[in-house]
Design a protein around this ligand. Structure first.
Ligand code: ZN
Length: 116
């Protein structure tokens, strides 16, 4: 059984995580931050352990974020490799122009962690 568990940020616009768990074991995660003032969301990193890939788990994690924060403008941190780009392009991403170009607001920049 797959579970998606949100671990909220410790401060506004800070780094948060959606953990992908199978039978209670974390097999992947998505790092993101959202700003409730600016209605912006940035996905910084998505990872799924190799044995668990090609099952749509990353897609489910992303879909959960887009659903949990409706009407937010989403972007991603830079996408460096071709496979990652193919993954992102396979998604029903709200605005393809924001793939690989993070739109981080001042609140995100001021929060604890560096934008990667
Ligand atoms: Zn903001």
């Amino acid at each position: 059984m797959v579970e998606l568990v949100t671990i909220p940020a410790e401060q506004p616009a800070g780094l948060a995580v959606v953990e992908i768990r199978e039978h209670g074991v974390t097999v992947g995660d998505a790092d993101y931050r959202v700003c409730e003032l600016c209605h912006l969301g940035v996905i910084e990193h998505v990872r799924v352990d190799p044995p668990f890939r090609r099952r749509g788990l990353a897609t489910r994690a992303i879909t959960k974020l887009l659903t949990d924060w409706p009407n937010y403008s989403w972007s991603t941190s830079p996408i460096n490799d071709h496979r990652a780009l193919c993954f992102w392009k396979s998604l029903d991403w709200p605005d393809p122009g924001t793939l690989g170009t993070p739109y981080a607001c001042i609140h995100m920049r001021q929060s604890d962690d560096r934008i990667s």
